[in-house]
Design a protein around this ligand. Structure first.
Ligand code: NAI
Length: 329
């Protein structure tokens, strides 16, 4: 029996994993995140299953190894929360490289349409029997230019959706897709020419704060910025400033730089301690969702399936086809 400790478990995570509890796999669920304080819980487990905001730092990795854990199974695609350099040669790390790129791409378009057509405002108004239209003016997506940064699985699906709306697509990726039927342009052109910019690249040293004071200044006035990738891609204070000066027309964020302190938790009734997040959320042209883009039943089923396969394959024959490692980057 392979014993797996699942951290940061929410009600919607359980059913998918529970369906694999059986003769060879045993998932035990912990609501707490994996941290230096909770790593002690992993004693006696063969593997840990973690999500985007679990802390898989060098210290936590050492604690896992001391407790006999052999595998870190990420149930997400991103791995910026794992100290891969420290893990190298000590413990293996696997991930779910794709669970539903459609879920994330569709959520990105949902955010754009909601923001652009003021659906979130209209919904509240009509519930209050206020049927006025003042302040709800949007613009047509048809004919507008969307700049997509990162043309991997999600970026390319988002491009297909945008084309369905009759938008002009330009893209930037240092590793262009070979059979692309859309034009690649330098990053400066994405900033200069796009009415809407959507981020679909991973968070790396190179992409951290790719949206910053300088790049925002180089954008078209009134640009819409969409981020369903990782919070660290945007310098949040620079974004807030851009919103205040009207340089940025709207921001749709499913991720936030300091999200691990707040996202997936209920802080209603509390005083929000993050001034930048509070100010962003208070803006009429900013929509924040709580790292929700992946959350479809299809994606959850795929996450559980691939994670179970990753774990079984590793413990049965030592192979890790979905491995992430420092030297593989
Ligand atoms: P992918 O690995 O298929 O594509 C990433 C693309 O980014 C690749 O084409 C890569 O060449 C490109 N890239 C790398 N460095 C770049 C740079 N400096 N500038 C521009 N592009 C660069 O990844 P996928 O599946 O499309 O996911 C994209 C991102 O979406 C992930 O990194 C993850 O952070 C995020 N994500 C968010 C979810 C959510 O629920 N909000 C769920 C799943 C993924």
């Amino acid at each position: 029996m392979i014993h797996v400790a699942v951290f940061d478990t929410k009600s919607y995570d359980r059913p998918g994993f529970e369906s694999f509890n059986g003769k060879d796999l045993s998932f035990k669920f912990f609501e707490s995140r994996l941290t230096e304080d909770t790593a002690v819980l992993t004693k006696g487990f063969d593997a840990v299953c973690v999500f985007v905001n679990d802390d898989v730092s060098a210290k936590v990795i050492d604690m896992l190894i001391d407790n006999g854990v052999k595998l870190i199974a990420l149930r997400c695609a991103g791995f910026n929360n794992v100290d891969l350099k420290h893990a190298l040669g000590k413990i293996r790390v696997v991930r779910v490289p794709a669970y539903s790129p459609y879920a994330v791409a569709e959520h990105t378009m949902a955010l754009l349409l909601t923001s652009l057509r003021r659906i979130h405002k209209a919904f509240i108004r009509t519930r209050d029997f206020n049927f006025t239209l003042d302040g709800l003016t949007g613009f047509d997506l048809h004919g507008k230019t969307v700049g997509v940064i990162g043309t991997g699985k999600i970026g390319r699906i988002f491009i297909g959706i945008c084309r369905g709306f009759g938008m002009n697509v330009i893209a930037y990726d240092p590793y262009p897709f070979q059979d692309a039927d859309f034009p690649y342009v330098p990053l400066e052109d994405i900033f200069a020419k796009s009415d809407i910019i959507s981020l679909h690249c991973p968070l790396t040293a190179e992409t951290e704060h790719i949206i910053n004071e300088k790049s925002i200044a180089a954008m078209k006035k009134g640009v819409f910025i969409l981020n369903t990738s990782r919070g660290g891609l945007i310098d949040s204070e620079a974004l807030l400033e851009g919103i205040k000066t009207r340089q940025v027309g709207a921001a749709c964020l499913d991720v936030y730089e300091e999200e691990s302190d707040f996202f997936f938790q209920d802080y209603s009734g509390h005083i929000m301690s993050d001034d930048v997040l509070a100010r962003l959320i208070s803006m009429p042209n900013v929509i924040v969702t709580s790292h929700q883009a992946f959350l479809t039943s299809d994606a959850l089923a795929n996450i559980a399936q691939t994670t179970a396969e990753n774990i079984r394959t590793f413990f049965e024959n030592g192979e890790a086809p979905n491995e992430v490692c420092y030297l593989c980057q």
